[in-house]
Design a protein around this ligand. Structure first.
Ligand code: FES
Length: 112
């Protein structure tokens, strides 16, 4: 089990406990109570919709940057809040023990 923190645009944080082996998207949709609206995850985690866009910021070393020549990066580049250094798709990050305590910055609801 790891504990992660979703940071909303208003600065409020949502703490979520999730078993290792699930993705950040699954943490937001299934384990958060209530679920995280800023991650609608329209494709259900198939790496095809881009609606699970998150920014990792200070914990990017633990998670890793998106690969430049990847489908994930192609999807991210179309998002308004895309940041080459910190943007990831929540469905493409599987949680491991090293991710305990990471902060996940959410997009503005109006950009979704
Ligand atoms: S849920 Fe659709 S790309 Fe992540």
């Amino acid at each position: 089990m790891v504990t992660i923190y979703f940071v909303h645009k208003n600065g409020k944080q949502t703490e979520v406990k999730v078993p290792i082996g699930y993705t950040i998207m699954e943490a937001a949709r299934t384990y958060a109570e209530p679920s995280i609206d800023e991650i609608p995850a329209d494709c259900g985690g198939c790496n095809s919709c881009g609606t699970c866009h998150i920014n990792i910021k200070e914990d990017i070393d633990k998670v890793g940057m998106v690969e430049y020549d990847s489908l994930e990066n192609e999807l991210l580049e179309t998002n308004m809040e895309y940041d080459r250094m910190y943007s990831r798709l929540a469905c493409q990050v599987m949680l491991e023990k090293k991710h305990n305590g990471i902060k996940i910055y959410l997009r503005d609801m109006e950009s979704i």
